[in-house]
Design a binder for this molecule. Structure first.
Ligand SMILES: NC(=O)c1ccc[n+]([C@@H]2O[C@H](COP(=O)([O-])OP(=O)(O)OC[C@H]3O[C@@H](n4cnc5c(N)ncnc54)[C@H](OP(=O)(O)O)[C@@H]3O)[C@@H](O)[C@H]2O)c1
Length: 251
């Protein structure tokens, strides 16, 4: 075994594919999530489930993050973290309950920062790596997913700054996908079809992330559709893009 990798949000979507990809490369996995049955399904999808473990817990409260850190501290050979757990809420800001929106900030931004701060000394010792699953939602303001966009913008900036600080010591991938068919849309409450034009399969997303990691880390926008979206986001002036996005995403 090449060491242990922690994957948060391993009970669905990208998390399952990350688990399969890291197993393929010979790592032992710690699979974290809240849903026991779905975590077990991830474990069952692996070739040698007996080599990996599941960890039940949430990340929206400080206690959940602390418990996870305490548990990981028992691992001698932690080499990587995939900060993948996350969700968004779709709808007009004042119409969405405040607790889920605060939880978006806690799970998508605060939890990766807290986990990484606690586990970095171990990753440095092992010349390890980190994949931070951000989003193109963090590239430009996102009307009707405003809090999610803010969380992912924060995550992208934090991850990119960290990548520069840790160059040559810990490999960091800041993964910035656009829409992809996982459980994400259903959880967010967004109707089917939003972002469909740019939809990219989860396997392309994970393949690009693994390739970026193999090349030493970087800012990774996977697949040509997401790259086109990213170009539009970065080239179009905000004065034009904001009203277009607002019209497109309006409930
Ligand atoms: N799919 C997309 O279009 C897309 C695009 C850009 C970025 N992303 C990002 O990709 C990451 C993975 O999402 P996905 O697309 O694979 O969606 P998904 O299928 O809904 O998976 C989300 C994962 O996050 C976990 N999670 C959610 N809330 C949690 C909490 N409070 N505590 C602990 N774990 C929690 C879920 O675990 P439990 O259900 O077990 O709690 C689940 O395993 C997220 O960070 C998301 O923002 C997705």
């Amino acid at each position: 075994m090449k060491g242990t990798v922690l994957i948060t949000g391993a009970s669905g979507g990208f998390g399952v594919l990350f688990a399969q990809a890291f197993e393929e490369q010979g790592y032992s996995l710690l699979l974290h999530g809240r849903d026991k049955a779905r975590l077990q399904m991830t474990l069952d999808s692996l070739k040698r489930p007996e080599l990996h473990r599941t960890l039940l817990g949430g990340l929206s409260a400080r206690k959940g993050v602390d418990e996870l850190v305490e548990r990981i501290m028992q691992e001698d050979d932690l080499v990587g973290i995939v900060n993948n757990a996350g969700f968004g809420t779709w709808g007009a800001f004042e119409m969405c309950e405040s607790v889920p929106q605060l939880d978006v900030l806690r799970v998508d931004l605060l939890a990766p920062v807290m986990l990484s701060h606690a586990l970095l000394p171990r990753l440095k010792r092992q010349n390890g790596f980190m994949i931070n699953v951000s989003s193109l939602a963090g590239e430009t303001p996102l009307p009707y997913m405003s809090t999610y966009g803010a969380a992912k913008a924060g995550l992208t900036f934090w991850s990119e700054a960290l990548r520069a600080e840790l160059q040559g010591v810990v490999r960091i991938v800041t993964l910035a996908p656009g829409p992809s068919p996982t459980g994400f849309r259903v959880v967010s409450g967004a109707p089917k079809g939003k972002g469909g034009l740019f939809s990219t399969s989860p396997s392309i997303v994970i393949e690009a992330a693994m390739q970026s990691l193999a090349q030493g880390g970087g800012y990774c926008v996977p697949g040509w559709r997401h790259k086109v979206l990213w170009c539009l986001q970065t080239l179009m002036p905000r004065i034009l893009s904001l009203p277009i996005m607002a019209r497109y995403l309006k409930p």
